[in-house]
Structures are given as structure tokens and as C-alpha cells.
Design a protein around this ligand. Structure first.
Ligand code: MN
Length: 396
């Protein structure tokens, strides 16, 4: 038995306790928490076989009251001596996708991002936002099978795109080939714990009981494929090749000290989207491109809250399941240095970023992108959401 220590200033102290899935030495994956630089096997720590599973889903399905009880039990257990067999060095384990992704939706909840893309794609429009944007959280249903854990390489997608000449007028003649405008999108993802039956919408006030936790989310995007294919039904192959999530799911109660009001919603939302309590999250995201921080998007600036997104996506009676994931959409703040995608940061390539002395627009083969984030923790310090990392490999 041993008492695990946490280095002072760690982003993974007792106020965080995120959930993940690890394996060591080729053994079967199991559920763990991260505590300082330790990965702690929860089945061994708590003597509870629900954590001997290779994903969080069985635990998610047990529901909100169990999540609260287990979080308290983990805290208690870590204040005591812990079986040596439950403790692993963080650097010695392999981290896996923490949950089986059921359905996946991507929203578009940043006003700054939506307005920037409106200006880019519809420069002649009087309002950069579409008329629906402030009335509902716009989103689309994506592809859960292409969601991968941090560290997974990203193969450059191929697809139909218009050559530059075709995009400028005349008769559009598409070609097929590797994307030439491969982008990142810095987002947060929200994990649904307990689902809801068909025909039973989840009210905003009940979102708390259904939402389990938060991950970092990079929604890799092929802008050239997207620009050609999206009319009139929305994104498809330009988005569905891969999205990267962080390996640690930070449970919602860990973010209690990060709760803030969302920006004022004007015009007022319809009653089914009204929020009885503050539901914004003061999470500071960081976008790292080849080891240089190129942006710091503030999640607190997001117009639509996760509770509103969940209420909206079930408003028609659509059912949800444990492991459903919805992402926020690109997090962008008002400043240039707060934009969460290269299409905004470089104004679709017209205004390159200088990276290690070289002007750069979109992602090249070999580039690596890392998303990181921190937030205020309930102990007065800060907690970490870990990282979502991916390297671009050449098209096959
Ligand atoms: Mn997105």
C-alpha cells in the first residue's frame, strides 16, 4: 500500500479526477482516473467491477446519482493508502478512447466563429449570421465511428473539390484529390451519460442529470471538400474522416467553479431554450501548431450553452444514449488571437500566420496540432482537460 502524492500546481489534483481508459503492458483496457502524474485503476481502487470494462459506457448508464457517489468515493480512497497494483505512472500507460461514441452531433455555438465564416463565404450579405442563428443552436449530425483518441495520426482526406479557377466563376468542374485546405477546429465535446427515450425531450433544467462530462475536441475539417459539398444539406465528407478527443473526460462537477453566465442572448430565446442557471463555462483553450501557440480561444464567449444544445437536439423527441457526444463548434473569441480555426486565423489563406519564420495557411503533411485547456477548479487552483493531439500523414 502507498499514499499517492500530487505535485503542487498539478492540473490533475483532487478537484479534477477525470475518467479515462488505460492499458499497460498489453493487458485489457480498464477505466482509470488521473491523479497528479498517476493513473489509478478504479476497479482496484474501489473494488467495483463496472470499472473493469474497456469503456466508460457501463458506468455512464448507471446515472447521475452513481456518478456523484463514485466521485466522492474516489476522493476518499485517494486520501488513504492505495494498493500498489492500482497505481501506474502516467507516462507508462497507453490511453484509449474513453467511451464508445454512440451518436455524434457538431454544433456551431460561437457567434464570433459563425460571423467570421459568414463574412468569408457571404461577403455581400448585410448580416454575417443567418436568420436562424440566434434562435436555435445550429448543428449537424456527424459520424461517430471516425472519432479517435489523442495521439492518433490523421491521414489527409481526399475528395471532390473545385480547382481555384473553377471556384472563381464559369462552369464549376470538380476534381478529386487530397484536400489542399486541411484545417483544425478547437472545440469542447460534451458526453451524454444517461440517455432519453424517443419522444421525451430533455429540458434545459434536466441537462445536468444527463450530461456526464467534457472533453477537448478537434474537428479536423477539409475546407475545400466542405465548400463544394455542403450546399444544400450541410457538411459531410469534409468533416467525417476524423475528429480527435482528449483521453480524459472531466466530470461536470469538476467545472463548478468555471460556471459563468453565457453572453446576453438577444433576441430572447424561445421558452424551451431558457436557462434557469448560468451554464457558460470559463474554459481557456490553447491551440498549438508545431509547438507554437497560435490561438487562445475563450470558451466563456460561447453564445449557446451545452444545456441548450442538449435541449435543442432532443426537442423533436430524438432519443439519446449513454456515450452520445455533441461538440460545441469552433470556439472563437472576438480577438484575432482567439480564433479557433485556421480559416479564421489566416482569413482563408489571405493573411498567413508566420510559424517558425515561414508564412503558413493550412495544415501540411507532418504538421502536428495540440489542443489544451484549463479552467478554474473548486479548490481555488486550476484544472486541466489534458490534450487532443494529432499529426497529419500524407493522403493514401
Ligand atoms: Mn466543428
Amino acid at each position: 500500500m502507498t499514499r499517492p502524492e500530487v505535485p503542487s500546481g498539478s492540473l490533475f489534483g483532487a478537484a479534477n479526477l477525470p475518467y479515462g481508459v488505460y492499458s499497460v503492458d498489453g493487458a485489457a483496457p480498464r477505466v482509470a482516473t488521473r491523479y497528479g502524474d498517476h493513473v489509478v485503476d478504479l476497479a482496484l481502487l474501489l473494488g467495483d467491477d463496472v470499472f473493469a470494462a474497456p469503456s466508460l459506457n457501463p458506468f455512464l448508464a448507471q446515472g447521475h446519482d452513481r456518478w456523484v457517489a463514485v466521485r466522492a468515493a474516489i476522493r476518499d480512497a485517494l486520501e488513504d493508502d492505495v494498493p500498489e497494483a492500482a497505481l501506474h505512472d502516467h507516462d507508462a500507460v497507453t490511453l484509449h478512447l474513453p467511451f464508445e461514441v454512440a451518436d455524434y452531433v457538431d454544433f456551431y455555438a460561437s457567434e464570433h466563429h459563425a460571423a467570421n465564416l459568414g463574412r468569408l463565404f457571404r461577403p455581400d450579405a448585410a448580416d454575417p449570421l443567418q436568420p436562424n442563428w440566434k434562435h436555435l443552436p445550429v448543428g449537424y449530425h456527424g459520424r461517430s465511428a471516425s472519432i479517435v483518441v489523442s495521439g492518433t495520426d490523421i491521414v489527409r482526406p481526399q475528395g471532390q473539390r473545385l480547382p481555384a479557377a473553377g471556384a472563381r466563376g464559369g462552369t464549376p468542374v470538380p476534381e478529386f484529390g487530397p484536400s489542399q485546405r486541411l484545417d483544425l477546429e478547437a472545440e469542447l465535446g460534451f458526453v451524454v451519460g444517461t440517455g432519453s427515450a424517443a419522444g421525451e425531450p430533455i429540458p434545459v433544467a434536466d441537462a445536468e442529470r444527463h450530461l456526464f462530462g467534457v472533453v477537448l475536441f478537434n474537428d479536423w475539417s477539409a475546407r475545400d471538400l466542405q465548400a463544394w459539398e455542403y450546399v444544400p444539406l450541410g457538411p459531410m465528407l469534409g468533416k467525417s474522416f476524423a475528429s480527435t478527443v482528449s483521453p480524459w473526460v472531466v466530470p461536470l462537477p469538476a467545472l463548478d467553479a468555471a460556471r459563468v453566465a453565457t453572453p446576453v442572448q438577444d433576441p430572447p430565446v424561445l421558452p424551451y431554450l431558457a436557462m434557469p442557471q448560468p451554464w457558460g463555462l470559463d474554459v481557456e483553450v490553447e491551440v498549438v501548431w508545431n509547438d507554437e501557440v497560435v490561438s487562445r480561444p475563450p470558451y466563456a464567449a460561447m453564445y449557446w450553452s451545452p444545456a441548450q444544445m442538449l435541449a435543442h437536439l432532443t426537442a423533436n423527441g430524438a432519443p439519446t444514449r449513454p456515450g452520445d457526444l455533441f461538440a460545441s463548434g469552433t470556439v472563437s473569441g472576438p480577438a484575432r488571437t482567439e480564433r479557433g480555426a485556421l480559416i479564421e486565423l489566416t482569413w482563408d489563406g489571405a493573411d498567413p500566420l508566420v510559424l517558425d519564420g515561414v508564412p503558413r495557411t493550412y495544415l501540411e503533411d507532418g504538421d502536428e496540432v495540440v489542443l489544451r485547456a484549463t479552467a478554474p477548479a473548486t479548490d481555488g487552483g486550476r484544472l486541466g482537460l489534458g490534450e487532443a493531439r494529432g499529426r497529419i500523414l500524407p493522403a493514401r
